[in-house]
Design a protein around this ligand. Structure first.
Ligand code: SF4
Length: 109
């Protein structure tokens, strides 16, 4: 018994598959000198890449009104999230370990 390849072809294989583009929060190259660029995300926009499509320029880039709001926000006290607290603990322990290893914490032969 032989089966032809067309007999086993599934209908869903012939239709184009949907591509899911993940929208990243990371600022793009054009955001390099922007004050609102916080490294891994933008202070204002959830999807920075969307602000720089084709010939469109980000409306908040070098916008002094928005920058003033950001500076005002920076001066306000902030509640640390659980993630921030975890990062602080991790950084503190990492620094102290490096310090102890550097200054006699290691074992000598
Ligand atoms: S405000 Fe615009 S230019 Fe600035 S980081 Fe966000 S997306 Fe980039």
């Amino acid at each position: 018994m032989t089966s032809t390849p067309s007999a086993t072809l599934n209908v869903s294989d012939t239709q184009p598959k949907e591509t899911v583009v993940k929208k990243t929060r990371k600022p793009v190259h054009n955001c390099h000198s922007c004050l609102l660029n916080l490294g891994d995300h933008c202070w204002l926009y959830e999807y920075p890449r969307g602000q720089w499509t084709r010939k469109k320029r980000c409306p908040a880039f070098e916008n002094e009104d928005v920058y003033a709001k950001f500076r005002e926000w920076e001066t306000k006290p902030h509640v640390k999230t659980a993630k921030d607290l975890r990062r602080d603990v991790f950084r503190r322990t990492k620094k102290s370990e490096e310090h102890h290893n550097h200054f006699g914490g290691g074992t000598l032969p």
